[in-house]
Ligand binder design. Structure first.
Ligand code: GLU
Length: 487
C-alpha cells in the first residue's frame, strides 16, 4: 500500500505555530515511514479568505524544509489540490446522497434558522437544526429546486446510534448520534462545507493517514456518517494534543501564537524552531533533546506522542536557539548574522557591520557565540564594540568593587594603560598573560583593575569581559578609549 498523509490548511490566515507543529508531526510521520506528504487547501469558507495565504503557507513549509510532495505547487496525479477548484467533484456526489436517502434537501431560510437559534438560546438548548425539511419527499424537493428555490444539502443523521471510532493516539472513542445535528454538507452558494468536502477529498486523493489537532475530534462522527453514506473508508486518524501558551491557556498572540514567518524572520533559526516544536508533545525516549531533522525523522514514532497538552515555553525556545548558535561553525554563524542584519537592520548592516573587516566582525561573533540567544540581541550586545563607548559616571563608582570615587576608577585605568599599550594582541590568551601578571605582581586583585577597564571600554553595565573587549577592539581603539577617559 502507498501510504499518504496530508496537511489541509485553510487559507484564512498564515501558518501559525500550532499549525506548524501539526505539519511537522505529519511530515515526520510520513518521512519516517517513507510515505508521501501532501498539502490540500481547504478554502470553502469564502468569507474569511486571505488573498496570498496559499502561497505563504507553501512557502513557509518549503523554507523550513518540509516541502510537500504534492499540492497546489506540484501535481502528483490528484489535481486540483484547492477545494474551490474541485466544486464539480463534490456536488454530484452530495446530490446522490439525497437520492440514496442518506442526506436531504433543506429549504429553510436564514431567517427561519436565526429565529430557531434564538428560541433555543432562550430555552438554554444546544443550537441545532430541528429537522424541519428532513421528511420532505425527494420528488417534492426536486420540484422546488427546478422552480429556483434556494437549498442546502444536509446529512440525515440516524437517531440514537453509537458510533465507535479508533484514534491512533487516543484509542477507542464513542459518540451517540443524538449529539450530532443534521450537518449541512452543501451550502446554498454551491460550495461544500468542511464536512462535505473533506471525506470526499481524502478518499479521492488516496489519503491513508491524517494527523490533525484534537479540536477536530468533535467532527469525527459527522465524517464517519458521511463516509458511510458514500460507502467509502476513512483514513486512519491521529488527533494531536493541543499546544497551550505559557499561561496554560489557549495559544494567543500574546503567548506566541503568531505566524511562523514572524518567528523565523526575526527571532529563531529554522532548525532550532523545528527541533523545539518537535518536542511539544513528543519525546523519543532519547535524552538528547537537540536533534537534526534527519534524527527526528529516524526517531519519530506515533506511540511516543503524548496524550496530554503541551505548553509552549518561550524560555526553552530561547535556550534551544542559543544551543544551535553555540554549535554552529563560525563561518556559517557569521553568514547568518550578516544575512539577518542585512534584512532587518539594513542601516546598521550597510554603515557599521559591512565596512568593518571580516576578522573584526568574526572576533565579535565568536565572543557572542556562547551568549547570544537570538540574533536580535546582536546590536544591543555589541554597540560598544562598533561605536564609541561613553561612560556614565554612575557606572564608575562601585562600592562593592571597593571603587568609591571617580578618581580611584581613573587610577586603575592609569595603571592598565601602559599594559594595554605594550600587550601582545595576537590571541586572547597572549593578551591576558602579561596584564594578569602585572596586576598580580603589584599586589592588586584582578577585579580592581579589570572591572574599571571593562566599564571604560564598553560604557555599559553589562558587556563582554575586559579582555574580550580589548582583544576585539584591538590595541589602537582600546588605548584611544582609555586615553580619552583619562584626559
Ligand atoms: N481545514 C482544517 C484546518 O484548517 C483542517 C482539518 C483537518 O485536518 O481535517 O485546520
Amino acid at each position: 500500500m502507498i501510504v499518504r498523509t496530508r496537511l489541509a490548511p485553510s487559507p484564512t490566515g498564515y501558518l501559525h505555530i500550532g499549525n506548524l507543529r501539526t505539519a511537522l508531526y505529519a511530515y515526520l510521520w510520513a518521512r519516517h515511514n517513507e510515505w508521501q506528504f501532501i498539502v490540500r487547501i481547504e478554502d470553502t469558507d469564502r468569507t474569511r479568505l486571505i488573498e496570498d495565504a496559499v502561497d505563504k503557507i507553501i512557502n513557509t513549509l518549503t523554507i523550513v524544509g518540509m516541502r510537500p510532495d504534492e499540492g497546489p505547487h506540484h501535481d502528483g496525479g490528484y489535481w486540483p489540490y484547492i477545494q474551490s477548484e474541485r466544486l464539480y467533484i463534490y456536488a454530484p456526489r452530495l446530490h446522490q446522497l439525497c437520492d440514496d436517502g442518506t442526506a436531504y434537501y433543506c429549504f429553510c431560510t436564514s431567517d427561519r434558522l436565526t429565529s430557531l437559534r434564538t428560541e433555543q438560546e432562550e430555552l438554554k438548548l444546544p443550537p441545532r437544526y430541528d429537522g424541519y425539511c428532513r421528511h420532505l419527499p425527494i420528488e417534492e424537493s426536486k420540484i422546488k429546486i427546478a422552480e429556483g428555490e434556494k437549498y442546502t444539502i444536509r446529512l440525515k443523521v440516524p437517531k440514537n446510534e453509537i458510533l465507535v471510532f479508533n484514534d491512533t493516539i487516543r484509542g477507542r472513542i464513542e459518540f451517540n448520534t443524538n449529539e450530532v445535528e443534521d450537518q449541512v454538507l452543501l451550502k446554498s452558494d454551491g460550495y461544500p462545507t468542511y464536512h462535505g468536502a473533506i471525506v470526499i477529498d481524502d478518499h479521492l486523493m488516496a489519503i491513508t493517514h491524517v494527523m490533525r489537532g484534537e479540536e477536530w475530534i468533535s467532527s469525527i462522527p459527522k465524517q464517519v456518517l458521511v463516509a458511510r453514506a458514500l460507502n467509502i473508508t476513512l483514513p486512519e486518524y491521529a488527533h494531536l494534543p493541543n499546544v497551550l501558551g505559557a499561561d496554560g491557556k489557549k495559544l494567543s498572540k500574546r503567548m506566541g501564537d503568531v505566524s511562523v514567518s514572524e518567528y523565523l524572520k526575526k527571532w529563531y533559526l529554522t532548525e532550532a524552531l523545528l527541533n523545539f516544536l518537535s518536542l511539544l508533545g513528543w519525546h523519543s525516549g532519547n535524552d538528547n533533546e537537540i536533534m537534526t531533522m534527519d534524527e527526528m525523522i529516524e526517531q519519530f514514532e506515533i506511540k511516543d506522542i503524548h496524550k496530554s497538552w503541551a505548553v509552549l515555553d518561550p524560555i526553552k525556545l530561547d535556550w534551544m536557539n542559543g544551543e544551535y548558535i553555540k554549535r554552529m561553525e563560525i563561518g556559517e554563524l557569521h553568514a547568518r548574522v550578516a544575512k539577518y542584519l542585512e534584512e532587518y537592520e539594513p542601516d546598521f548592516y550597510s554603515h557599521i557591520f559591512s565596512p568593518r573587516d571580516y576578522n573584526y566582525n568574526t572576533r565579535i561573533i565568536t565572543e557572542l557565540q556562547t551568549r547570544m540567544k537570538r540574533f536580535e540581541e546582536f546590536i544591543p550586545l555589541t554597540s560598544c564594540l562598533y561605536g564609541d563607548a561613553w561612560v556614565r559616571t554612575d557606572l564608575m563608582v562601585n562600592v562593592k568593587m571597593k571603587i568609591e570615587t571617580v578618581e580611584q576608577w581613573i587610577e586603575a585605568l592609569r595603571f592598565v594603560l601602559p599594559l594595554l599599550i605594550s600587550a601582545d594582541y595576537t590571541t586572547l590568551d597572549t593578551l591576558k598573560v602579561n596584564i594578569l601578571w602585572a596586576i598580580a605582581s603589584s599586589g592588586l586583585k584582578n577585579w580592581q583593575i579589570l572591572w574599571p577597564l571593562r566599564v571604560a571600554l564598553s560604557g555599559e553595565e553589562f558587556s563582554p569581559g575586559a579582555f574580550e573587549l580589548a582583544y576585539i577592539l584591538g590595541r589602537d581603539e582600546s588605548v584611544k578609549r582609555i586615553q580619552r577617559i583619562i584626559a
